[in-house]
Design a binder for this molecule. Structure first.
Ligand code: BQF
Length: 279
């Protein structure tokens, strides 16, 4: 039987730390402001944006939200970002992804001032992470590092396998683990003998995008298993990329879905906003 890593509790602890810091900043005349932009009305995106706004309110970050119609032109969106880049009271700008088909996500993300890139998706932020310069870290991978550390596991020297190579999770996750002095393997949909590769992992990060894809056969006895996936089953229950029931019998520790990585992503967004205001 394994330990369940309580992401919700660890995120709550981080939010309480941030709340105090926001209060301290207010005392010295500094406010923290986040602009949240949502284009169209994707159901999941609306939920995520709502989670972010509520979390901001909790820690005392002033969030201003822009909910734009699905047919908003790229030009109008870029113009809004241009104005927010100039606004002193806005420390962070978040554009909720995915954007409607007719909008070029890369163009939108790079329009955000790197100083306000609290999602850490700008090529400038990615470049900084790659070469080891200070910058905003993508929230999900940064949250996972915190989750592992704060549950008392060490990363240095460990064999880590990341399954998935997206710009938002897989690639930055690998870089952050490397920065923590882990030995890192990035596996993906074209990896041969995937089970053999993942079975080497002391720390396994699953960002596959397929419900319950990681079964016990993919996991080494005593591994720490981090589940990045979020899926909804036919019965409206949530599940991750990991078959929790099966894998928990074999792992030393495992994150649940919900209540694992998700809340940490939100906590790291808040941390980036506070950092942006301090700089
Ligand atoms: C939880 C996200 C995929 C694609 C775009 C708490 C969130 C989720 C789950 C949340 C996510 C996932 C977000 C839980 C933000 C994380 O209790 O398990 C919070 O709001 N997330 C997003 O903004 O965009 C996504 C996943």
């Amino acid at each position: 039987m394994s330990r369940r890593i309580d992401g919700k509790a660890i995120a709550a602890q981080i939010k309480d730390e941030l709340k105090e810091e926001v209060l301290r900043l207010k005392g010295s005349g500094v406010t923290v402001g986040l602009a949240v932009i949502l284009v169209g009305e994707d159901t999941a995106s609306a939920i995520y944006v709502n989670n972010k706004k509520k979390a901001c309110e909790y820690v005392g970050i002033e969030s201003v939200s822009y909910e734009l119609p699905a047919d908003t032109s790229q030009e109008d969106l870029l113009a809004l970002i241009g104005r927010l880049n100039q606004e002193e009271k806005i420390n962070g700008i978040l554009v909720q992804l995915p954007l409607p088909e007719h909008i070029d996500e890369e163009a939108v993300i790079t329009a955000i001032s790197p100083d306000k890139d609290v999602d850490g998706f700008h090529t400038e932020s990615a470049g900084r992470l790659l070469v080891g310069k200070e910058g905003f870290l993508p929230c999900t991978p940064a949250g996972i590092i915190q989750l592992i550390r704060r549950s008392g596991f060490s990363i240095e020297g460990k064999e880590c396998v990341v399954v998935g190579r997206s710009n938002i999770v897989g690639k930055p996750m690998a870089l952050l683990l490397l920065r923590e002095n882990a030995t890192v393997t990035v596996a993906h949909s074209k990896t041969e003998n995937l089970q053999q590769v993942t079975s080497r992992a002391d720390i396994l990060v699953a960002a596959v995008g397929k419900p319950k894809f990681i079964t016990a056969d993919y996991v080494k006895e005593g591994a720490v298993v981090i589940d990045v996936g979020i899926h909804r089953t036919a019965g409206r229950k949530m599940c991750g990329d990991v078959d929790f029931e099966e894998v928990q019998k074999k792992a030393a520790a495992i994150t649940p879905v919900p209540g694992g990585v998700g809340p940490m992503t939100i906590a790291m967004l808040l941390a980036n906003c506070v950092e942006a205001a301090k700089r």
